[in-house]
Ligand binder design. Structure first.
Ligand SMILES: [Zn+2]
Length: 48
């Protein structure tokens, strides 16, 4: 059980270290795991 918790913690740390992504519409910085811009609701995944 302890090892499972440790794996989860490592996963969370990896997520938090992911670089931010910039919104293609308003250039606002969003967390890399966001699919929609928090500022303008633009689709972050549509960027090519
Ligand atoms: Zn935006």
């Amino acid at each position: 059980m302890i090892e499972i918790f440790r794996d989860i913690i490592e996963l969370e740390q990896t997520k938090s270290e992911a670089p931010d992504t910039s919104c293609p519409q308003c250039n606002e910085s969003n967390p890399a795991n966001f699919e929609t811009c928090w500022s303008c609701a633009g689709d972050l995944k549509s960027r090519k």
